[in-house]
Design a protein around this ligand. Structure first.
Ligand SMILES: Cc1ncc(COP(=O)(O)O)c(C=O)c1O
Length: 389
C-alpha cells in the first residue's frame, strides 16, 4: 500500500543540524531562514516581472512570520471571512478574497476587509456587485479555463463538472458586466510550462474581453521556489501580458512560500509486530498530516536509510488507516526515539484536527543561522474541549 504512494520530494536543508530533542512532540518546527529564502525568490520574480505576489493563507498562515512575509510580498489571498480577517489583522498590503460561495450574513464584512472580491459564478457576482461597487472594491470572476494540466482529478479544478470557476465558454458581456479582473487557479505543484500551455489555450477565447480588464490573477500552484522552476520563463510571460494588455498580473502562491521550510517532529511510542515491524508514533496521519490520506502521498522522512530496519509508521488514533507509510532506519528503533517528516510547514499545519482527542502539534520557530529557537504555541486539553460544546 504505502510503497505504491508517491514519496514527497523533500529537502532537509539546515534541519539536518537541528537537535530534535529541543522541542516537545509532536511539534512543527519552521526555519525562518528557509521562509526568507523562498520569499527572496518570490520578491525577485515580483520585482523583475512587475507582478503582484500574494501569499495564499490557506496553505500557510503561521502569522508569527507575517512581518517577514509582509516585508517581501504584496499581501495575501484569502478563502473567506476568517482568512480575510487574519490577513488584515496580521499582514500588510492587499487582501484578495475568493470563495466558492459567499453568504449574505458575511458579505458586508468580507467586502470591508478585501481589496479584490473574486466571485465563482455570474449569479454570485450579480448578487453582490452593487455592494462591492459602493465600497470601491475591485470585482473579479474566477474562470474555469476548461484546460486540464492536473493529473489527479481531485486536485483539478478543470475536471468534468467542476464547481470551481465559470466555464470559459459561458463568458459574455453580461457575465462580465462590472468585472475588473479574471482569476484562474488550475495548477498544483507545477512548473511554468503548464501555465504557458493554459494561457495559450485560453488567450484567443479571452481576446475580446482582455482590453476591458484591469487585472489577471493566475492563482496558485506555481512551484516557483523549487530549484528546477523556470523563473525566467515566468517573468517573461508576465511582462508580455502586462505590456500587451495593460493589466496588473497577480500570482497567489501558497506552497512556494513555505516549501521545505518546516518539519514535523514526532516520537516513537511503541514497536509492535504483526507480519512486519510496526511503530506507533505520536504523529497521526489523520490528525496532523491529513493529506497523507487524502492526496494520498508519502511524506519524506529526514535521514531515511536506504536499507536496514523497516517499520510501518502509524498514529495513535483508532483509525485503521492512520498509517503514514513504511520507513527504513539503519539501526533498530527504540521507544522514545525522535524522528521528523520533511516539508510539513504548508498544508499540514493549517489542516490539523483533534479527532480521538489526539493533541495538536506545538509550533516552534527556529533560525538556522543563529540557532535560536522560539516555542510559538503549545496546545492543551482546552483547545480540544472548546470546539466540542
Ligand atoms: C484560489 C487559490 N489560490 C491559491 C492557492 C494556493 O495554491 P498553492 O499552495 O498550490 O500555491 C489555492 C490552493 O488551493 C487556491 O485554491
Amino acid at each position: 500500500m504505502a510503497e505504491m504512494m508517491q514519496t514527497q520530494a523533500g529537502d532537509a536543508g539546515a534541519f539536518t543540524s537541528f537537535d530534535l530533542s529541543r522541542v516537545p512532540t509532536p511539534c512543527f518546527v519552521v526555519d525562518t531562514q528557509a521562509i526568507e529564502r523562498n520569499l527572496k525568490i518570490l520578491a525577485d520574480v515580483k520585482a523583475r516581472s512587475g507582478a503582484h505576489v500574494l501569499s495564499a493563507l490557506k496553505a500557510f498562515s503561521m502569522f508569527e512570520v507575517a512581518p517577514l512575509v509582509s516585508r517581501y510580498l504584496d499581501g495575501v489571498c484569502a478563502s473567506g471571512l476568517y482568512e480575510a480577517k487574519l490577513g488584515r489583522e496580521e499582514y500588510e498590503g492587499e487582501v484578495a478574497t475568493f470563495c466558492a460561495g459567499y453568504k449574505d450574513s458575511e458579505i458586508d464584512q468580507i467586502i470591508t476587509l478585501s481589496d479584490h472580491m473574486i466571485f465563482n459564478s455570474p449569479s454570485q457576482k450579480a448578487r453582490f456587485l452593487a455592494k462591492c461597487q459602493e465600497a470601491g472594491v475591485s470585482v473579479g470572476l474566477r474562470i474555469n479555463p476548461l484546460h486540464s494540466e492536473g493529473e489527479i482529478p481531485k486536485y483539478d479544478p478543470c475536471a468534468p463538472c467542476s464547481r470551481l470557476g465559470t466555464p470559459i465558454n459561458q463568458l459574455d458581456d453580461e457575465v462580465l458586466d462590472g468585472v475588473d479582473g479574471l482569476h484562474m487557479h488550475t495548477l498544483c505543484e507545477q512548473g511554468f510550462e503548464p501555465l504557458a500551455r493554459t494561457w495559450a489555450a485560453i488567450e484567443p477565447k479571452l481576446a475580446s474581453y482582455l482590453p476591458n480588464l484591469k487585472w489577471l490573477n493566475f492563482g496558485g500552484g506555481h512551484h516557483i521556489t523549487r530549484a528546477d522552476y523556470d523563473r525566467d520563463g515566468l517573468i517573461e510571460f508576465i511582462k508580455n501580458i502586462r505590456e500587451k494588455y495593460q493589466v496588473d498580473v497577480y500570482l497567489e502562491p501558497g506552497e512556494a512560500v513555505a516549501l521545505d521550510a518546516g518539519i514535523l517532529v514526532g516520537e516513537i511510542l511503541d514497536l509492535p509486530h504483526n507480519v512486519m515491524d510496526l511503530a506507533i508514533t505520536d504523529i497521526s496521519a489523520t490528525c496532523h498530516m491529513p493529506d497523507v490520506i487524502e492526496a494520498p502521498y508519502r511524506p519524506a522522512l529526514m535521514g531515511e536509510a536506504e536499507s536496514g530496519h523497516t517499520y510501518r509508521l502509524g498514529g495513535p488514533s483508532c483509525l485503521a488507516g492512520d498509517v503514514i507509510g513504511d520507513y527504513t532506519w539503519d539501526v533498530p528503533l527504540q521507544v522514545g526515539d525522535r524522528f521528523a517528516f520533511l516539508d510539513q510547514a504548508h498544508y499540514s499545519m493549517v489542516k490539523t484536527n483533534t479527532f480521538n482527542g489526539v493533541p495538536l502539534p506545538a509550533i516552534a520557530l527556529w533560525n538556522s543561522d543563529t540557532d535560536t529557537l522560539k516555542m510559538v504555541r503549545e496546545f492543551s486539553y482546552d483547545d480540544f474541549k472548546n470546539r466540542l460544546s
